[in-house]
Design a protein around this ligand. Structure first.
Ligand SMILES: [Mn+2]
Length: 327
């Protein structure tokens, strides 16, 4: 990867905007904040502007309250200045929803740091490798391989949060001995895993657990028992008082059913449908999501569609999913 070019770009420019995808997870926020701390050490001017609000269980990562929620009248002028936009943990600008146009039209230099497949190619500098567990792990390699700054506790907390969540707590199959070695180095920098995991997983609002209960209750299996799917409606959301960000990880429960190879979560958006896919082993849900305009990784992918004929759409997805299971 072009770490040398990235180092040069960060050192030679002064003005930076960092952003990430809608409904950000710990890899998205952690990667943004890790880049922020690198740039802060280099005394750069930095704005972090996201389409979505940071979910409450990730707000500990932004202890300086640097992340701003996108507001066109307030932020659009910043994108016509001279400088660099750094996009992390996504490679298709539509993942920023209403920020897509201002990003696309900006003449600022663009860098994409990511670990998803099928980049759209909006960037001037591409730091993408889908073999990585997380964007955070790429950023850690960038720091240690270029020596751009000395990694410290603040950076370590961000990278650890990114890696631990994107590996499903060191469970998914891209977790390697290298991932554990990096984790060990982060612990040497002062990271306390139990404190981070407590914040991310064990400080839920009751509403989240109630919504999880509904999601689990909605589970169904395909005729051959290889596909398990669950469904969350707007009604579930309003009656439990939970928010969309709290759905993160629910779909994984589908894979906990014996014999299931593909898990699918259908989530009713205010104006559409969000579909999350998970799979085991060689079963490629990135390709499945791709059939419907989505994308992701082999074992974790998703898509959003607006104003669909939802029931018809769900049936089509479930039917297509059959092609990907083992025969
Ligand atoms: Mn990620």
């Amino acid at each position: 990867m072009k770490f040398g070019e990235l180092k040069k770009l960060l050192e030679e420019n002064n003005n930076f905007i960092i952003t990430t995808h809608v409904n950000p997870d710990a890899d998205a926020i952690g990667s943004e904040m890790a880049v922020y701390y690198i740039l802060k050490k280099l005394n750069k001017s930095i704005r972090i502007i996201n389409y979505s609000e940071t979910p409450y269980f990730l707000q500990f990562l932004d202890k300086e309250k640097k992340i701003e929620q996108y507001e066109p009248s307030h932020h659009d002028k910043l994108f016509s200045e001279k400088g660099v936009i750094i996009v992390v943990d996504m490679n298709q600008l539509s993942r920023t929803v209403k920020m897509e146009n201002v990003l696309k039209n900006s003449s600022m230099e663009k860098v994409c740091i990511d670990h998803h497949q099928n980049p759209e190619g909006f960037e001037n500098l591409q730091i993408i490798d889908s073999e990585y567990t997380s964007t955070g792990e790429i950023i850690y390699d960038f720091i240690t391989q270029t020596g751009i700054v000395e990694p410290d506790y603040d950076i370590a907390v961000q990278i650890y949060s990114a890696i631990v969540t994107d590996t499903g707590s060191f469970k998914y199959n891209r977790t390697s001995s290298k991932t554990f070695r990096i984790a060990a180095e982060l612990l040497d920098l002062g990271v306390k895993p139990h404190l981070i995991l407590d914040k991310i997983y064990d400080e839920n609002n009751l509403s989240k657990n109630r919504l999880l209960g509904r999601a689990l209750n909605s589970m169904n299996l395909s005729a051959d028992n290889k596909i398990c799917y669950m469904e969350i409606t707007r009604k579930d959301l309003s009656e439990t008082g939970a928010s969309e960000a709290e759905l993160d990880g629910f779909v994984n429960y589908c894979l906990s059913v014996q014999g299931v190879e593909i898990g699918i979560l259908f989530f009713e958006l205010a104006e559409g449908l969000k579909v999350s896919f998970r799979s085991k082993g060689e079963v490629n849900v990135s390709q499945l999501a791709g059939e419907f305009g989505g994308g992701g990784h082999i074992n974790a992918a998703g898509l959003r569609i607006y104003n669909p004929d939802s029931n018809n759409y769900k049936l089509k997805i479930l039917e297509s999913a059959q092609k990907y299971t083992s025969k």
